[in-house]
Structures are given as C-alpha cells and as structure tokens.
Write a protein that binds this ligand. Structure first.
Ligand code: CS2
Length: 488
C-alpha cells in the first residue's frame, strides 16, 4: 500500500480531507520543542486551521529525547493522520502544519540556528513535566539535574529545553534579533510563569546579564491545553490504513473535544488563534487550575486505582460504579469547592469530563497516565489537598489518589505481578518500597520524605499523613476496589 506523502495525497484514488492550503507556500514561524503525540493532536491542528489565511506560521518540530517521530514522519513529508474517535465513529484528516522535525541530539546546531532566525516568532513546548528539569514540589530549577549540570558546563551545546531556549535567545541577542515568545503547553501549574522562572534561573547561573535581558525582553504567556491523546498502537495504524488507503507510520488518535486557553502576551506577534477556536485571556490561571485539579487529578487517581483494580483502559475504569462514584465525589466534594468558577459551570464541566473519560472508542491506558507520577502529583492532587487542609476540610478521596500512587510505585500489583513503573524517580521509589515491605506506615513515611514530590508543609501535616497512611493500609490489605468502595 502506498505511503502517506504529499504526492500520494494528491492522487485521485485517495478520498481524504487534506489541508485546505497550498503547503509549498507555508513558511516556518514557530519552533516547537517536544513534537510528541499531544502537540500533534492539539496545537499543530489549530495551526493547520490557520495556515490557509496565514501561511507564515508553519511549525518546525524538535525531538529532544528520541528520533522516532522524525524517523516516522520524514518519509511522509511530515504529514500525518489525525483520527478523532468516539461512539459515533472515526473521522480522519491529514495535518500538514509541521514542515520539518529535527533530532536535537544529532541536529543541535541546526535547531539552534533556526530558533535564532528572525522569522521564528514563537518557541512553544510540550516536553512533559519532566522536561523542565525542575523540582515539582517547588517549581524551581533543579540545578543538580544531570542535563542542567551538563548545560552549564557546555552552554553552546545544550541538551535540556531550558538551556536550548536560553542559548537561542543569546544567539539572537548577539546578532541583534529580537527574542521570540516562549509558550509552554505543558500540564504545569502557572506554566508560563513556571517556565519563565526556570529559564531565567538557568540564564542567571550562566550569565546574570543574560538573565536580566530575558526578564526585560522575553514574554512567557501561560496556557491551558486539553485534549485526550492515547498512545498510538499497531491496531490504530491498521485502522487508519484501512480508512485512508495510505500507510501512515504514526497517525494520532484523539477525541473530538479540544480546548486551548492562552494568555495574550505576544510582543513579537502571533497567529490569530482566536479565529480557530482558542480562547485568548489576560489570566489563564483559573482555567489551568480547573483543568489540572478536575481532569488531571481524576485521571491520575483513576490511573492508579484502575490499574491496581485490573482495568487496562480509562473507559473500563470509569464504567465501574465504585470508581465512577469515587471520581464523581472527588470532583464534586473535594476539587470543585477549591475553584472560583460558578458551581453550575463546574458541574457541567464535571459531567462533560465523565463523558469524555467514558469514550469507548479511546483505548487510553491507565498505565500511560500512571507514568511520571512523581512529576504530576503536586499539581494534580497535592495543591488541592493543601488548600483543603488549610480550611480543615475533608481530603479522603484526594488522599486515596496519593495512597494509590504509593501502592503503585511498589512495582508489584495485587496479583503479585511486576508493574513497569515509568518515572524519573522510579529506582528511588522502588528502593523505599522494598525497604518498607508491606508495612503501610513505613512505606508512607518513606515516600513522604521524597521532597521532590511532597513539600515540607505536607510532610509535617498530621492529618495528611494519617489519612494517606490509613488508605495505604487498606489498599495493601483489601485492594484498590474494596478501598475505593469504602471511601465512596
Ligand atoms: C493525562 C494527560 O497522561 C496523562 O497524564 O492525564 O495527558 C491528559 O490526557 C491531558 O492533560 C488531557 O488534556
């Protein structure tokens, strides 16, 4: 079967919604770091909708870790299929907004040179929580991170996202080119401010004058991004091949829903995001907090309880009345009261989330969401817990999410099988769990000492410690579903 390419897309035998613009006329205006599945389901689609009227906003992608996206898309002229799926079926369209993908490990100078080019006005990121080389509990740069240590010693050969951005800004400063705007599209609290703080801190360790220049001249708008994007499987590839009649090495699976809220701070100009459904605001924080605490807090709780309860997919887990009741209660009784939006709006958002979680066409693995929990828990569960503890309010369901993470990182499931725990701190977490055995108090105490996850105030809070330890005891003794049922 022929490959998805620009030439094959034009052939008469292919009946497929392609892009509605002359792709050869598109020029790059954005460099995106972390050209993963989420970006390709989200920002790259908004940009694809913009290019017909504004062809100057093409994307040059860069992979910082692995060349697999480049290897998959290069033979396809960087085209790929977006498959939006729900109970009513699957709708495919080809996305052409990504013009090239660079492998930062082998094409670092080429990446820096394009970022330093005056036609690039925005550098955006989806490098996941761990790509910021920061301490999740405090949001500060982790100066001991191996990549940061390397990049401070070799500033012109950076490997981390913060250092790559700083080096490109310095190259522009040296050549008299105005800096680009830095737009984080990651699930971090206050992602614009957090990115600014991490990048200026790194720059100050390299050159205080450069840090001052960045503080004075570079904008870091915050965003809230939302679209559920399960990892692509071989079955997905076959399905897309059957639908479009072309071979696509890496199609992207997603849901119909998408949302993008962006702080409107782009001194070097920006695409007309609002024309294609994004919402431009002066302060994104309320939207970010709502999404992180309701969607992502529910997701992580469901991931650990669902995986331990034997559910491979989110849609299976939320279909279990026990988990459904727990997640409904976590949002309604514990997360929503910490959010400023009108109650009726939050109830609608909650009900919409429960429908999205139940999407039977999305094979979203609980194991995929369970990944990198040490980097996710602070903004998804611990911030909400901190706010509720400060008011003396209940934290039962949120604390169960934390306890379920603790149970999960032991690396042994309820049938005694190994769990492949993917996390930057996995080895440390496993060592703590092995030393504690099945002693809930020792296990909870050991994990609470992991300061990258649990800040000193939470570690010292007796209510938090007691509730988490109690849930962990029940998880170890009775299992995830029985414990979730008891919490209700
Ligand atoms: C998920 C998110 O994998 C995960 O951690 O919770 O990727 C989630 O699907 C997105 O934030 C939804 O917008």
């Amino acid at each position: 079967m022929p490959r998805l390419t620009a030439a094959n897309l034009r052939s008469d035998s292919v009946h497929l919604r392609g892009f509605s613009y002359e792709r050869d006329a598109v020029t790059p205006g954005i460099v995106h770091l972390g050209i993963g599945a989420f970006h390709r389901a989200h920002m790259a689609v908004y940009i694809d909708d913009i290019l017909a009227q504004n062809p100057e906003w093409g994307i040059i992608g860069a992979s910082l870790r692995r060349p697999d996206t480049k290897d998959a898309l290069a033979p396809q002229d960087f085209l790929y299929t977006l498959a939006s799926r729900d109970a009513s079926g699957t709708r495919c369209r080809v996305i052409g907004s990504i013009l090239d993908v660079l492998d930062a490990n082998t094409q670092r100078q080429q990446l820096l040179d394009i970022m330093a080019d005056s036609k690039i006005h925005i550098v955006s990121l989806t490098v996941t929580e761990k790509g910021y080389c920061h301490d999740p509990a405090t949001g500060e740069l982790d100066q001991a991170h191996p990549d940061i240590v390397h990049d401070l010693a070799h500033p012109s050969e950076p490997v981390s996202a913060p250092a790559i951005i700083v080096q490109a800004i310095e190259m522009r400063r040296q050549s008299g080119v105005a800096p680009f705007t830095v737009m984080s599209c990651d699930n971090l609290p206050a992602n614009g401010e957090t990115t600014r703080r991490i990048i200026t801190r790194f720059a100050s360790l390299r050159d205080p004058q450069l840090a001052e220049y960045i503080r004075e001249n570079v904008a870091f708008p915050g965003t809230m991004v939302d679209r559920i994007v399960p990892a692509t499987t071989d079955a997905d590839r076959q399905m897309v091949k059957d639908i479009i009649g072309l071979e696509d090495a890496w199609p992207i699976m997603t849901e119909p829903f998408t949302q993008w809220v962006i702080e409107d701070r782009f001194p070097q100009g920006r695409p007309p995001f609002e024309r294609v459904g994004a919402q431009m605001v002066s302060d994104v924080e309320p939207f970010e907090r709502m999404k992180l605490r309701m969607l992502n807090g529910s997701h992580s709780t469901m991931a650990y309880l669902g995986y331990l309860g034997g559910y491979q997919y989110v849609s299976e887990a939320i279909a279990d009345p026990i988990i459904h009741q727990l997640i409904h209660g976590l949002m309604t009784e514990e997360a929503m009261p910490t959010l400023p939006m009108p109650r009726a709006d939050l109830e609608r958002y909650r009900d919409q989330l429960l429908e999205r979680f139940a999407n039977p066409a999305l094979k979203h693995r609980t194991w995929q969401i369970a990944m990198d929990g040490s980097q996710k828990l602070p903004q998804r569960l611990l911030g909400t817990i901190r706010d509720r503890l400060a008011k003396g309010e209940e934290i039962q369901r949120l604390a169960l999410g934390v306890a379920a993470w603790m149970r999960y990182v032991t690396g042994i499931d309820e049938q005694g099988n190994l769990i492949e725990v993917k996390d930057p701190l996995a080895a440390r977490l496993r060592a703590i769990a092995d030393a504690a055995g099945r002693d809930a108090e020792r296990l909870a105490s050991g994990l609470l000492e992991v300061s990258e996850v649990f800040s000193a105030d939470l570690r010292a809070d007796p209510v938090f410690r007691t509730v988490v330890t109690g849930h962990l005891q029940n998880l170890l003794a009775n299992g995830a579903l029985a414990t979730a049922k008891a919490v209700g």
